[in-house]
Design a protein around this ligand. Structure first.
Ligand SMILES: C[S@@+](CC[C@H](N)C(=O)[O-])C[C@H]1O[C@@H](n2cnc3c(N)ncnc32)[C@H](O)[C@@H]1O
Length: 326
């Protein structure tokens, strides 16, 4: 129970703080509430994450009120909430993360002088596989890649002068893998993705609906499976004329450390296939991938680190809201 309490305390102070007052309050409340901690500790270890438990409660009707009201709801409705937790998993799909990937994608297409084949591991509903369908506004600058509608424009604050492109690279292939791919056209999957968005982040909610609508028109192929088992075949299936970019954001933390190492080694070895450039972009929490150093210096511990082929190039806001080039 002590470790669950610490996990909720950390989520309140490091992740929710500054982003969702409601989640900060609920998570902090849980961290010192023995009765609620006991309910959560009755779940399998990999089902106790704050994101999952809080989203399941909200999908069962918990209102964004004070903690006292939330804890009563949790206790009264636990028999409905528990099956949702067991059936679902944390699959938050945040299209705005494309804003922190785009400069690297454009740079890869430019240096390789080829169009791109995107392969996303841990793709959820695949909403990060369409960077060319979004518009971008970095800082207060101009609009890049006008999507023709304001609800598909991704805003991202920058520091450190990232190499912002003038246009989107050409993408000729998109594919993904996920343990449990979600269908952007399925109302139940969409409702779950919506429940995963933290209270108070209404802009993310509107973006989710717009991006899912755009993806549903021609969804990318996302196979069901484990990323380590499927990655070689996905790379093999990419068109030979493209530069392959394997990427993931907010995924590897869900894998056991040994599986993260296997994936890291696969990616570092695949980079050398002659005649077929394969690039690896990782956008994950700072210490998630063993052996990949986070950049030196103090930084907000809630920021992710963006690595290109194993080298750190930026820190990023975890929902794609900021890009801090190194
Ligand atoms: C938090 S979501 C992130 C989704 C997406 N990458 C994004 O940034 O919006 C993590 C996703 O990774 C998937 N996942 C976790 N472990 C996986 C594994 N071993 N193989 C494939 N997918 C996995 C989950 O099912 C989930 O959809």
């Amino acid at each position: 129970m002590a470790s669950t309490a610490r996990r909720y305390e950390r989520f309140a102070g490091v992740e929710a703080h500054g982003s969702s007052d409601v989640y900060e309050q609920w998570s902090r409340g849980i961290s010192t509430d023995a009765a609620v901690l006991e309910l959560i500790d009755g779940l399998p270890e990999n089902k106790r994450q704050p994101n999952l438990v809080l989203a399941a409660a909200r999908s069962c009707g918990a209102d964004a009120g004070p903690y006292s009201q939330f804890r009563s709801f949790l206790q009264e409705h636990w028999e409905d909430i528990r099956p949702v937790i067991l059936h679902r998993s944390t699959q938050t799909n945040e299209p705005r993360r494309c804003a922190v990937l785009l400069p690297l994608l454009a740079e890869i297409a430019r240096t390789e002088e080829r169009p791109l084949a995107l392969i996303e591991v841990g793709a959820s509903a695949g909403l990060c596989l369409y960077p060319d369908r979004y518009g971008y506004r970095y800082d207060d600058g101009g609009l890049l890649n006008d999507p023709g509608r304001p609800d598909l424009v991704l805003e991202c604050a920058t520091t450190g002068n990232p190499p912002l492109p003038r246009s989107c690279p050409e993408i000729i292939h998109r594919a993904g893998v996920d343990l449990s791919p979600l269908n952007p056209a399925d109302p139940e999957d969409l409702a779950w993705l919506d429940a995963l968005i933290w209270p108070g982040m209404e802009d993310r909610r509107a973006l989710l609906q717009a991006a899912a609508g755009a993806a549903a028109m021609s969804p990318a192929r996302i196979i069901k499976g484990d990323l380590n088992a499927e990655i070689a075949e996905l790379i093999e299936a990419a068109p030979a004329e493209a530069a392959v970019v394997v990427f993931h954001t907010a995924v590897l933390a869900y894998l056991p450390a040994a599986d993260r190492e296997i994936f890291r080694d696969t990616m570092l070895s695949n980079l050398d296939i002659p005649g077929r450039p394969v690039h690896w972009i990782s956008n994950e929490g700072g210490s998630v991938i063993p052996g990949l150093a986070a950049p030196a210096g103090d930084a907000d511990p809630g920021l992710f680190v963006l690595h290109h082929n194993g080298t750190a190039v930026a820190r990023t806001g975890p929902h794609g809201q900021s890009l801090h080039w190194l």
